[in-house]
Ligand binder design. Structure first.
Ligand SMILES: *Cc1c(COP(=O)(O)O)cnc(C)c1O
Length: 217
């Protein structure tokens, strides 16, 4: 448990997979965590964090940014179109591009603002009704649509079904990314980031294993 422990486990997983250690970014998922815990991880020198709600991020990160330089924020939860402008201001990456309407909104904002966060397309690899994301069979076409709108698509993201072997989903996501020429793979959480790294993850999203259990969320 804790940042040091997760960092060394990531290093070991990279070595086992014969990958450079700097080929994996650790996104410390700070949603719902008390500010003291987040501040402790900032003081340890970590600068890459993930949040799943725009509102919550807007409430806590501007103050941290005044104290700690060069914080990189990743939005890993669903984005409503009416919060997209706010997300542009707060986040360097958005991992939840999950529908055509949102892609259009982001493209319009990118034009207006003259910049755009790095984007990941969320793929619903388990084809679960309750989960957001593009179906695997529709992802190639969606990637092409996003590219035709000049959106900076860095890669794909998935959240495997809780009751299935995650590595099958990681392998599927990697395959779809590869055939679309996408390098980024946002996959792997506290319980499975090592297997995600073995299958090519470039961004692992680890919350409770760094900060401790969440009160909710
Ligand atoms: C909360 C969350 C995580 C982190 O989950 P842990 O199991 O605490 O590591 C990762 N990805 C997404 C999309 C999340 O919402």
């Amino acid at each position: 448990m804790g940042l040091q422990d997760i960092t060394s486990r990531i290093e070991k997983a990279c070595q086992a997979a014969e990958r450079p250690v700097d080929s994996v970014s650790l996104i410390a998922v700070s949603k719902v965590q008390p500010n003291e815990r987040v501040e402790a991880v900032l003081k340890e020198g970590h600068r890459i964090f993930g949040e799943n709600r725009v509102q919550e991020a807007a409430g806590k990160w501007p103050a941290f940014r005044e104290v700690f330089p060069a914080i990189e924020l990743h939005l890993i939860g669903p984005l409503q179109s009416n919060k997209a402008r706010q997300a542009f201001e707060l986040f360097q990456s958005i991992h939840s591009v999950d529908r055509p309407k949102l892609a259009k909104t982001l493209a319009r904002l990118a034009q207006e603002e003259g910049h755009c966060p790095n984007l990941f397309i969320q793929v619903n690899t388990g084809e679960e009704d309750q989960k957001a994301g593009i179906a695997p069979s529709e992802t190639d076409a969606f990637v092409a649509d996003c590219r035709s709108m000049d959106l900076p698509i860095e890669g794909l993201m998935c959240i495997p079904p809780i009751d299935e072997e995650p590595s099958l989903h990681f392998a599927l996501l990697a395959k779809i990314a590869e055939r679309n020429g996408l390098k980024g793979l946002s996959m792997g959480m506290s319980s499975d980031f090592e297997s995600a790294i073995a299958l090519g993850a470039t961004h692992v999203r680890v919350g409770s294993a760094i900060f401790g259990a969440r009160a909710y969320g």
